[in-house]
Ligand binder design. Structure first.
Ligand SMILES: C=CC1=C(C)c2cc3[nH]c(cc4nc(cc5[nH]c(cc1n2)c(C)c5CCC(=O)O)C(CCC(=O)O)=C4C)c(C)c3C=C
Ligand SMILES: [Fe+2]
Length: 823
């Protein structure tokens, strides 16, 4: 909850984006071209032209360091080294940093895909469109086949030579940019396989744009005041599906597997309107190293077909040349972290502790020593899952999609940074999956003592704990994100909000037995995980670290001789507010401790895409569906914990994307079992007046009732234990609301808790992560100077903050306004 005090957002206001209802192609004018931009490279016959504002967003790459170099070279080969502008390619970042932003967005989805995968395209349209609030269209390309040949051919033809086919007639034609045509000599003469290209007409694109503009429009409506937007049904309807159904526009999307002329090869780029700035959003999906060749081909041909500027994302490893925006961003994060203090109230009269926080400005370089063979081995050993889901999970080369996103050492917020760009699942440092055997040989050494640290949120054990627990939660700068200037208000504000919210929260906890079940369940999960690891002949100690209540993260790491640690947040999807926050605190601790800073650590950043997790969720859903008299008529209603929209839109939180991907995978798994129910994704538990991720669970329930849905199965999806929001919010509040709204049959899938298949999968995740454990830098120590400065700063903040809170309390009017808007 950013609580009314997301000052940054309020003062800046949200953007309103125009819908491009019509696109008129024109031939780019010479004055579009930067000076010298049309000159050719020495030794490269291809002309190089740049058009201001035309940007290629190169996405979805997750190469390991060796491949990174390779891919970089590929890109550098495509654009002039001197011309290209490596920057942090988030459109919104560009906007924020005052740079010109693209008006249109073209998504080139270069994933491996099958004809039946239209809903994934629709899904991506939704995601990307919503992410950027732009009119967009998706052009799907299959890199399995030989793009280069087709693209080159088209590039050569460039919309002139009768290859338009039926659909081509309506599409506006972008004439070739001067000098871009003559690369025939360069054309690849390899075999000419079919290519699936999905080109769509303008009207359709405009429609998509309208639908996807919801975020931007709405943000604009709300303006600086940040009042929650409860507007009409149309919006809820538009959103209620969460993921677009296959049928919606599926036909029109006309994935052209047959490779009709007129579509094949030209990527539909003729449709791109150069009148406006165009962002090209390329998604890739690489299973094997060789696929990078396909990527190369695609990029190469796109670059040829459209003069463009490449904004490539390499926000990992030693920064190989991030542009200003990226650096700013990294620095911003670092500065935030430098300043942050982790202070807890322990509920027993303890003073808040202060921990000087230091964060690396350069993200740690992770080296994956293992070669891709072992990964391939792993992929092969799980053929069924790979087959059913290969289309939807973005992964590193040489990795299987059955695995989690792991980083060796602490790679703070790495997924966030990459997520801004990629807009989909990411491997933060490269994911490595190793056959168990590879690890066993390592673990059997006498001196190895493995620890697993489970991170969780924590909850009040008793009603007396509720207010101090809430204080800890609201004092977290990852929960209430104040601009730096207002950071001094963090603690007084946390105090104020926690006191005001406590009565309502207490009511909730009272109704579920007087406290949170989280500690008990997490302890049980820890024991079950230890047993599951033992069953796999891995001996490990499993610890629990809660972020906002006992046992606090700071207390959790015992000095009992652990030589290798795997950190496993119990959140399947990554969010700044959950995994991000816990890992940050942990990182601070480790940095400041000579012993811990040398301990090899692997952090599993997210694991929603794991086979075992997805299957376990599908098992629970399948089982629960059997309780309905007509299971096939039941709406599967995924309800995820929300986060404020600004986390996703401004801070690059990958949470929404990962959530949508996760739902997609679960539905795919169900489909493979013959379960094809309708599904909806909505977000619950919003607090405060800022916009949270939409659609909102309560609104969608009412809407579904109105639309005649009679049977509904609620599936809590962001958390793996029962907690207040399943036991009280879903089971009591939402159930009541649903029944009032016309839904007759209600069911709820239980949380995974200690479901054996799930715990076994967590054990696998731990084993797979072990080899990538590496030590955090041991270079940082806290000097007494720093500690002193920290104390003075803390005292000053407390004084100013308390004055503010005091003034607020003095004014009943201000107070009631604050209360009604914040809580
Ligand atoms: C993935 C899960 C969660 C996300 C994301 C998340 C974000 C988030 N939460 C709040 C505010 C509150 N959360 C509260 C309880 C709570 N939150 C989660 C999980 C996520 N939160 C859990 C599992 C729990 C329950 C713990 C328990 O005791 O059972 C509460 C307290 C309860 C209440 O008063 O409603 C608050 C407040 C924010 C602001 C936020 C993102 C910014
Ligand atoms: Fe929460």
């Amino acid at each position: 909850m950013e609580v009314a005090l997301d000052v940054e957002q309020q003062t800046r206001g949200d953007r309103v984006l125009p819908v491009q209802a019509e696109h008129h192609a024109r031939q780019p004018r010479p004055d579009d071209l930067p000076e010298g931009g049309d000159q050719e490279d020495e030794g490269d016959p291809r002309p190089r032209v740049q058009l201001p504002g035309l940007e290629l967003f190169e996405l979805g790459l997750c190469p390991n360091p060796e491949e990174e170099e390779w891919v970089k070279n590929c890109i550098e080969e495509i654009v002039h080294l001197n011309d290209h502008h490596l920057s942090y390619p988030s459109i919104s970042r560009h906007e924020n940093s005052g740079q010109k932003r693209a008006q249109n967005l073209v998504v080139i989805d270069a994933q491996r895909r099958e004809a039946a995968d239209h809903d994934h395209i629709g899904h991506r349209e939704n995601q990307v469109g919503a992410l950027h609030g732009l009119p967009l269209r998706v052009l799907a390309v299959d890199p399995v086949h030989d793009q280069r040949r087709h693209l080159r051919r088209h590039h050569h033809l460039h919309g002139h030579e009768g290859h338009h086919g039926d659909d081509g007639a309506d599409a506006p034609v972008v004439e070739p940019v001067e000098g871009v045509e003559d690369d025939e000599a360069d054309a690849d003469e390899e075999g000419c396989d079919e290519v699936g290209v999905d080109a769509r007409g303008d009207d359709e694109a405009a429609d998509v744009g309208l639908a996807d503009l919801e975020v931007g429009d709405e943000a604009g409506e709300e303006g600086a005041g940040g009042a929650r937007d409860d507007d009409g049904e149309a919006e809820v309807e538009g959103d209620a599906g969460g993921l677009r159904d296959v049928e919606e526009g599926g036909e029109e999307r006309g994935h052209d597997e047959g490779g009709q002329d007129g579509r094949v090869g030209h990527l539909g780029l003729r449709e791109v309107d150069l009148e406006e700035d165009v962002g090209v959003y390329l998604e890739t999906h690489h299973e094997h190293v060789e696929d990078h060749c396909d990527l190369h081909n695609v990029l190469d041909c796109v670059a040829d077909a459209l003069p463009l500027r490449v904004l490539a994302d390499y926000a990992f490893g030693e920064d190989p040349g991030l542009g200003e925006a990226a650096e700013e961003d990294v620095e911003e994060v670092a500065e935030e972290d430098d300043e942050e203090e982790s202070e807890h109230v322990d509920g027993h009269g303890g003073e808040p502790e202060s921990h000087a926080a230091v964060c690396s400005r350069i993200l740690p370089q992770i080296s994956l020593n293992q070669n891709s063979e072992s990964s391939h081995h792993h992929v092969k050993s799980n053929p069924s899952f790979v087959n059913t889901t290969k289309l939807s999970v973005d992964r590193c080369s040489s990795s299987s999609n059955t695995k989690n996103s792991v980083s060796g050492g602490f790679s703070l917020r790495l997924p966030v940074q990459r997520k801004i760009i990629v807009g989909r699942t990411l491997c933060s440092t490269g994911v490595c999956t190793y056959p168990v055997g590879a690890f066993e040989s390592h673990s059997n050494t006498d001196e190895e003592k493995i620890g697993v640290l489970l991170l969780n949120l924590g909850g009040p054990d008793t009603l007396n704990d509720v207010q101090p627990f809430l204080f800890n939660l609201f004092a977290d700068p990852d929960i209430i994100r104040l601009p730096r200037l207002f950071r001094f208000l963090q603690h007084p504000l946390a105090q104020l909000i926690s006191v005001l919210r406590a009565p309502k929260s207490k009511e909730g906890y009272a109704s579920i037995g007087g406290g949170s079940p989280l500690r008990k369940i997490t302890d049980e999960q820890a024991n079950a995980l230890k047993t599951a690891l033992e069953a796999k002949e891995v001996s490990a100690d499993v610890y629990v670290a809660m972020r906002y209540w006992h046992p606090f993260t700071e207390d959790a790491i015992k000095r009992d001789g652990i030589t290798r640690l795997v950190v496993l947040p119990l959140y399947p999807q990554y969010s700044i507010s959950t995994t991000g926050s816990s890992v940050r605190v942990l990182q601070e601790m480790f940095r400041n401790d000579a012993h811990l800073s040398r301990l090899p650590v692997a952090v599993i950043q997210s694991w929603y895409q794991r086979q075992g997790y997805i299957r376990s969720m599908a098992d629970l859903i399948e089982e629960e569906l059997q309780n309905f008299s007509n299971p096939e008529e039941v709406m599967i209603f995924f309800s995820a914990h929300g986060v404020p929209v600004s986390y996703v839109e401004n801070a690059g939180d990958p949470y929404r994307d990962q959530m949508e991907e996760c739902i997609f995978l679960i539905m795919q798994e169900l489909k493979s079992r013959g379960i094809g129910n309708d599904r909806t994704l909505a977000y619950q538990s919003r607090v405060g007046p800022v916009q949270w991720l939409k659609p909102y669970t309560d609104e969608v329930l009412v809407d579904l009732g109105k639309r005649g849905v009679k049977s509904l199965l609620a599936v809590p999806v962001s958390f793996v234990s029962e907690h207040i929001e399943t036991l009280e919010e879903i089971d009591i509040e939402y159930r009541e609301l649903a029944l009032e709204s016309g839904i007759v049959n209600w069911g709820r899938v239980p949380a995974l808790n200690c479901t054996p298949s799930f715990i076994t999968d967590l054990a696998d995740a731990v084993i797979e992560a072990l080899p990538s454990a590496m030590a955090i830098s041991n270079s940082t120590t806290t000097t007494s100077d720093n500690a002193e400065k920290g104390f003075v700063a803390y005292a000053v903040k407390m004084i100013f903050g308390s004055i503010f809170a005091f003034l607020l309390l003095l004014s009943p009017k201000l107070m009631s306004a604050f209360k009604s808007r914040v809580l």
